[in-house]
Write a protein that binds this ligand. Structure first.
Ligand SMILES: NC(=O)c1ccc[n+]([C@@H]2O[C@H](COP(=O)([O-])OP(=O)(O)OC[C@H]3O[C@@H](n4cnc5c(N)ncnc54)[C@H](O)[C@@H]3O)[C@@H](O)[C@H]2O)c1
Length: 237
């Protein structure tokens, strides 16, 4: 049994794997790009790493099966704003199709909980304060759009298959470690939460619609869990 972490070679994924193995979890990490050799050496015996493409449905099915039926899947693999705008077809195939592959595999392997890395980009620009879950989603680029669609695909799996799917709409900041730590803390909390848990709004300070540059201005209130949205509960603090 292992936590299956997609995007494990990335910025958040590497930190998350380090935290999970520090908590004694077994991890199966997956990414198109491998983390540095030194990181792989540190993971040895605790986290296995497999290189591959999230668009490869058969590979994802095999890996999810291999990682068991009980521990969650934390799905971070995806392409970000610039990559999405450069290649919208790839954005759809990776961010939406890749998520669909993960969800399909989760359903047939114990309906394992899937925690999905979404973004405040689903809301678009010019955000009021505070940002709340029930705000209208008006993404203004392929990144937000594909993440919003991936959330909707996840909700379809909730409705059709009773899958435990949660999306965390992260707010980005470019100041590095502190933000990584906060985002990863959200992931770890979501990972630990009981089924469906409580939905909590983001509180993100922004300046003229953009996340502020200094991390102390960015407060990640808590995890945003998607099920309350589906139930129309909207504002939950
Ligand atoms: N870092 C932030 O502040 C932030 C904010 C909002 C949302 N997110 C989301 O969190 C997730 C992780 O973000 P990050 O900052 O670590 O980004 P990142 O780019 O460092 O990590 C994403 C990883 O996905 C991998 N990937 C891309 N295409 C793939 C494919 N076809 N197959 C397999 N792997 C593939 C990349 O190789 C990369 O390692 C992303 O889904 C991102 O949208 C991050």
């Amino acid at each position: 049994m292992a936590v299956f972490v997609t995007g494990a070679g990335g910025f958040l994924g590497q930190t998350l794997v380090n935290i999970l193995i520090g908590q004694g979890k077994q991890v199966l990490g997956f990414d198109y790009n491998a983390p540095p050799e030194a990181t792989l050496a540190k993971w040895k015996g605790k986290a296995e790493f497999v290189k591959g493409d999230i668009r490869d449905a058969a590979l994802i099915a095999d890996l999810v099966k291999k990682s068991g039926t009980t521990d969650p899947i934390i799905h971070l693999a995806g392409i970000l704003t610039a990559g999405c705008d450069r290649d919208p077809q790839a954005a759809m195939a990776i961010n939406m199709g890749g998520t669909n592959n993960v969800l399909d595999a989760a359903v047939v392997n114990g309906k394992r909980r899937v925690i999905f890395a979404s973004t405040i980009g689903v809301y678009g620009r010019g955000l009021p304060q505070p940002i709340t879950e029930d705000m209208k989603k008006e993404p203004d680029g392929w990144y937000g759009l594909t993440k919003m669609a991936a959330e909707e695909i996840g909700l379809l799996y909730v409705r059709r298959h009773g899958l435990d799917f949660r999306a965390l709409r992260f707010a980005a900041d470019d100041q590095g470690q502190m933000v990584v730590t906060k985002i990863v803390a959200q992931l770890v909390r979501a990972f630990k939460r009981n089924k469906y848990g409580k939905g909590v709004n983001h509180r993100v300070e922004t300046r003229r619609g953009k996340p502020r540059r200094h991390p102390r201005h960015v407060t990640f209130g808590n995890t945003a869990v998607i099920k309350p949205l589906r139930k129309g509960l909207g504002k939950i603090r």
